[in-house]
Design a protein around this ligand. Structure first.
Ligand code: ADP
Length: 295
């Protein structure tokens, strides 16, 4: 079953055109929605999660019309929002039990079993009696996943989940999400390219409310192979290079500036060929979009 988004548009009352005719087909597995801050990712996630209305377009999952059948959608949806607040003085176990009863699991024994299995799955069983306020950022995120997984959702949306996690916590979180993505549609919205590289079999890049690329990350990278060139320059030379070449990224390296440019062939032998990666894809697509807008 695929999630199909067609011609979805949204303009907020302040005039911001946050989604412009978005078309996406999202199959089972981990799907990365990548874009800079303000691109429209949360607007899209909140719309799919039935938390806000679109102006036009449709979102369907099999025979389910997500924009119209909100109640039915909420039954099959797990959502981990960007700002995930927890009640600090309640334990994970009590809170999950409460959410499980809200999600319609009436039988106390059944709830207990479901909650216990979920706590195991997100590796929080050993701290299940502790108040949520004492949890680290990573533990709170894993608790967020547990609540999103209650009721065996067919569609899971996680919005910017790794912001604020340390590298070890981020890794644990990656592992957890990959496991979940084996049987479900998981949409992972993020501005962190590494999240998508590590996790996603399909992806889209969104910028200024528009989908500017979509596909399998490896296919998108393959299209760029042989066209990315690297050079170390002085910082003061950057403007000159920007004027002459399509500079897709700059990185400070031991006081010098390393640039990546996009060009079909080697500009001259001061440029070295580099193997393209998803960051090159991301930054080149974004810079192309931005330059069209600013011209
Ligand atoms: P992202 O999640 O990619 O950072 P958002 O969907 O939050 O992007 O925002 C897209 C654009 O819509 C931004 O310009 C943002 O300022 C604007 N925006 C988001 N939510 C609202 C809102 N409730 N009212 C008005 N403008 C909004």
């Amino acid at each position: 079953m695929e999630l199909i988004i067609q011609n979805l548009s949204k303009t907020y009352s302040n005039g911001v055109h946050a989604l412009k005719n978005v078309n996406l087909t999202i199959p089972k597995g981990m799907f990365g929605l990548l874009g800079p801050n303000g691109a429209g990712k949360s607007s899209l996630m909140r719309t799919i999660a039935t938390l806000q209305e679109a102006d036009s377009g449709s979102v369907t999952l099999g025979s389910l019309n997500i924009l119209k059948q909100k109640h039915e959608t909420r039954q099959i949806l797990g959502y981990l929002p960007q700002e995930f607040g927890v009640y600090p003085k309640i334990s994970a176990e009590t809170m999950l039990d409460h959410i499980a009863s809200l999600k319609g699991i009436q039988n106390a024994q059944e709830r207990k079993a479901v909650v216990s299995e979920l706590l195991d799955r997100v590796n929080l069983a050993h701290v299940k009696k502790k108040n949520l306020g004492t949890y680290s950022g990573g533990m709170k995120q894993r608790f967020g996943v547990a609540q999103a997984l209650l009721g065996n959702p067919q569609l899971i949306i996680v919005d910017e989940p790794t912001a604020g996690l340390d590298p070890a916590e981020r890794n644990r979180f990656y592992n957890l999400l990959s496991e979940i993505g084996e049987n479900t549609i998981v949409i992972l919205s993020t501005h962190i390219v590494e999240d998508v590289t590590n996790l996603c079999s399909n992806m889209a890049i969104i910028c200024l409310g528009e989908v500017i690329a979509q596909g399998n990350p490896n296919d998108l990278i393959a299209e760029m192979q042989g066209k990315v060139w690297r050079k170390i320059i002085e910082k003061r030379e950057l403007d000159r290079y920007r004027a002459e070449y399509q500079v897709i990224s700059t990185q400070l390296k031991t006081g010098k500036t390393q640039i990546h440019i996009l060009k079909d062939n080697q500009p001259d032998d001061t440029f070295q060929s580099v193997e393209a990666d998803l960051e090159d894809v991301y930054f080149s697509r974004i810079s192309e979009k931005m330059s069209v807008v600013t011209l």
